[in-house]
Design a protein around this ligand. Structure first.
Ligand code: R5P
Length: 301
């Protein structure tokens, strides 16, 4: 946890303005920064439209909004929170989006296709001095924002994996190798990535490119888990190759279609994610420390 006194050095006094999607992150961040939380009335009209009223006076304050952009309605809530913070007098608005949705499409592949991450950036980036997100699926999408940066929850994930006695870290594919490498470096253990070979129309083989996993407790680290299919395929094969335990770790646990029980029934021994999204049935570490460090680094720079 960051020393409380550090928050006092921020030129404008920070205040957390929590949206409805990730209250746990907002509470953790307020604790990390040693700052207060603004009162707000956030409701839905009967037709589903959102209403936001920041009831505290934020004159001369640095409002730090904490809100995801998924599901879609949460994006509108984030925009209204930005607007309400200004109306309440905030001199500076930072928008913290632990899970930044629409991070997967940063170019159009067909004529006439929406570049969804750019469209979201135009809506969300226009009324905030800065946007901070955690481990976006594609780092490159931040170029669509006038002022955005990412922080990584890999150190927090790695610390928990270390407590579990993990012997090596695997990336699910070559493209995700950097994340696995960072986690492994923190723990001082080897890393590798999984290589996929299609054996037939229905059969795929996955194995670590170089590491022998026999007798090892292996953690697969990815940015997100959606259906869990990638992790389950990998776990089954790693177990066949002799891994003594396989842990699935990710920053963003989307866990669509009851993915956590499926993972646990499908060869994964433990599931670890962050609180960037609500989750059940898995171990959770907070992204707040990483976000707080980024905010404090700016404040003291
Ligand atoms: C892919 O690019 C992502 O990093 C994840 O590996 C993928 O989205 C996971 O999806 P699922 O859990 O459905 O296999």
């Amino acid at each position: 946890m960051a020393p409380r006194g550090l928050a006092r050095s921020v030129a404008l006094e920070p205040v957390i303005l929590a949206g409805t999607t990730v209250p746990a992150v907002a509470a953790d961040l307020a604790r990390e920064l040693g700052c207060s939380t603004a009162e707000a009335d956030i409701r839905r009209f009967p037709d589903g439209e959102c209403y936001v009223h920041v009831t505290d006076d934020l004159t001369g304050r640095h409002a730090i909004i904490v809100q995801n952009t998924s599901p879609d309605a949460a994006l509108v809530e984030a925009m209204l929170l930005q607007d309400a913070a200004r109306e309440a007098g905030a001199d500076r608005v930072t928008t913290v989006v632990p899970y930044l949705a629409y991070a997967r499409q940063d170019r159009s592949f067909k004529h006439g296709e929406a570049i969804s991450s750019r469209a979201v950036a135009r809506a969300l980036g226009a009324n905030t001095e800065e946007l901070i997100t955690v481990d976006p699926h594609k780092e490159d999408i931040l170029r669509f924002y006038p002022n955005a940066r990412s922080v990584s929850a890999v150190p927090q994930l790695a610390a928990r994996l270390g407590e579990w006695g993990v012997d090596c870290i695997l990336a699910p594919d070559k493209g995700a190798r950097d994340r696995a490498q960072r986690a492994a470096a923190i723990l001082g253990i080897p890393h590798d990535h999984l290589e996929k070979t299609r054996l037939s129309a229905t059969e795929v083989r996955m194995r670590a490119k170089e590491l022998d996993v026999a007798g090892k407790r292996v953690a697969i680290v990815d940015d997100l888990i959606a259906s869990g299919g990638t992790m389950i395929t990998a776990a089954r094969q790693l177990k066949e190759q002799g891994a003594s335990a396989v842990y699935a770790a990710c920053t963003h646990g989307l866990f669509t279609g009851g993915a956590v029980p499926k993972l646990l029934a499908g060869g994964i021994d433990r599931v670890l994610c962050t609180n960037s999204l609500p989750s059940e049935g898995c171990d959770v570490v907070s992204v707040a420390e990483a976000v707080a460090h980024a905010l404090l680094a700016t404040a003291t720079a």
